[in-house]
Design a protein around this ligand. Structure first.
Ligand SMILES: NC(=O)c1ccc[n+]([C@@H]2O[C@H](COP(=O)([O-])OP(=O)(O)OC[C@H]3O[C@@H](n4cnc5c(N)ncnc54)[C@H](OP(=O)(O)O)[C@@H]3O)[C@@H](O)[C@H]2O)c1
Length: 311
């Protein structure tokens, strides 16, 4: 048993995989309402549950509350237990500690639960200090509104401030939700991932298939729509050798897809990936990352191929 992990947060280390719900209701990046709708999101949720996935990540800002509302609706329609994580956004007009408890109560109402399993600070930039935010988080735990506390997009310094402030209240820091994929390994390079491991903080990997890029369905002649297309224009031509290797490795494992290889790599690195899914087919394919493991040699090969793309 890993002694660095506190008993309150141990359940999160047992969760191997999750489902991201930013897609549910978001029109700006994900075009909710155009290529997919509520029924597709429900099918993504149900498909994930059927595959044994029991952890859903949402946020109050996703679809301006729609993601939380949809999750609430889907939870009512199932009798399966589901672990729920949501996030507080430190808007500049949120100037007091009370605003966190108020926001959390709003999330609980939309999700239709009495408490969430993980409440995270969405990003570190706030007019309130990290210490004040953590004091409010400790109150939320005390009031039974959240089981555990997490942060997101916090660098080492910010995370250590959060960790220490919570420790003064006897609350462990459960997680840091960070961008991590074969195309984005900053947290390995800057030591944040190692520091999380050392302190028993679960790394929740967001954008684990780099917003669709690692599925292999996008290429120079077929870029992703909207903002993503512009953001990834330079990267698309460079990822071809990595995608080829991912195909080869997938074949070695009985025909696993590139998406499944990308997600399995995140698991092999000790993180909890939460790919977003717009429909049942995506959710089911993503869940196929479970139940098998890349070999150490394959992980090393993938590491080298990814390092050749993103320095
Ligand atoms: N804390 C934060 O700041 C933060 C930031 C970002 C995300 N997140 C969380 O992390 C979750 C995942 O990250 P993400 O949504 O940015 O990126 P992602 O999981 O890397 O990519 C999701 C997108 O990839 C495509 N896709 C997913 N599965 C697929 C499959 N099997 N086959 C083909 N295409 C597939 C879909 O888009 P298309 O079909 O349109 O290509 C989907 O919307 C989010 O839902 C959210 O919960 C957190």
């Amino acid at each position: 048993m890993d002694e660095t992990i506190s008993s309150e947060t141990r359940f999160l280390h047992a969760v191997e995989f999750g489902l991201g719900a930013w897609q549910w209701g978001d029109r700006l990046i994900w075009q909710y309402g155009q290529s997919y709708d509520e029924d597709d999101c429900r099918a993504a949720f149900e498909g994930s549950l059927a595959a044994g996935i029991r952890f859903v990540d949402t946020a109050e800002v996703y679809g301006s509350g729609r993601s939380e509302r949809l999750l609430g609706q889907f939870l009512k329609e199932t009798d399966q237990p589901v672990l729920v994580a949501t996030k507080y956004f430190p808007f500049p007009w949120r100037l007091t500690k009370k605003s966190l408890i108020k926001a959390l109560k709003g999330s609980l109402e939309r999700i239709g639960v009495e408490a969430v399993d993980l409440y995270q600070i969405h990003q570190p930039y706030s007019l309130l200090s990290i210490e004040s935010l953590m004091e409010a988080m400790a109150e939320a735990v005390e009031e039974g509104l959240t089981r555990t506390v997490g942060v997101s997009n916090f660098n080492q310094t910010q995370m250590l401030r959060a960790y220490s402030a919570l420790a003064r209240k006897n609350v462990p820091l459960a997680s840091n939700q960070l961008t991590y994929s074969l195309l984005n390994r900053g947290i390995e390079k800057d030591g944040l991932m190692a520091r999380c491991k050392e302190l028993g903080i679960r790394v929740i990997a967001y954008s684990p298939i780099e917003k669709g890029l690692l599925t292999g369905k996008y290429y120079v002649e077929n870029p992703p729509p909207g903002i993503r297309g512009r953001r990834y224009a330079d990267l698309l031509p460079k990822i071809v050798p990595l995608l080829k290797l991912m195909t080869e490795i997938g074949q070695e494992h009985g025909g696993k897809s590139k998406t499944q290889v990308a997600l399995n790599w995140c698991i092999c690195k000790g993180t909890l990936p939460i790919p977003g899914a717009k429909n049942a087919a995506q959710a089911e394919e993503n869940a196929g990352a479970l139940g098998w493991h890349l070999t150490e040699e394959e992980v090393e090969k993938l590491d080298r191929a990814s390092a050749a793309i993103v320095k």
